[in-house]
Design a protein around this ligand. Structure first.
Ligand SMILES: [Zn+2]
Length: 115
């Protein structure tokens, strides 16, 4: 006796990011497409009552799994660029240690840091 499995392309697409808020996903979609990566958004039209369950959150997927690595690199790059202002670090002019952007004096040598 044999069992036939139907292949469902949706289920094998690799998921890049999943967010409760659709806009956080929709933001990356045109960026990836402009890089020539075919994307697919799962659960785009989930009812808001379903959003309490992470498995129903909108998810951005790659249509071709071979694009997955490239897509993740782009997503991380875009996220880093957006986070730059919050997470930028200042190198101490005296000892060259990296300090968080909101520090006013160097944690290492207590030199005052430039803005
Ligand atoms: Zn220092």
């Amino acid at each position: 006796m044999t069992t036939e499995r139907s292949s469902n392309k949706l289920s094998i697409m690799k998921e890049l990011i999943r967010e409760r808020e659709f806009r956080k996903i929709g933001y990356f979609d045109p960026v990836l497409r402009s890089e020539g990566i075919d994307t697919f958004i799962k659960n785009q039209h989930s009812a808001s009552s379903a959003l309490d369950l992470p498995e129903f959150w909108p998810a951005l997927c790659v249509v071709n799994n071979e694009d997955y690595e490239k897509a993740m690199v782009i997503i991380h790059k875009v996220r880093d660029e957006n986070a730059e202002d919050v997470e930028k670090s200042i190198n101490c002019p005296k000892c060259n240690e990296a300090n968080p952007g909101n520090f006013e004096i160097c944690w290492s040598c207590e030199e005052s840091l430039p803005d």
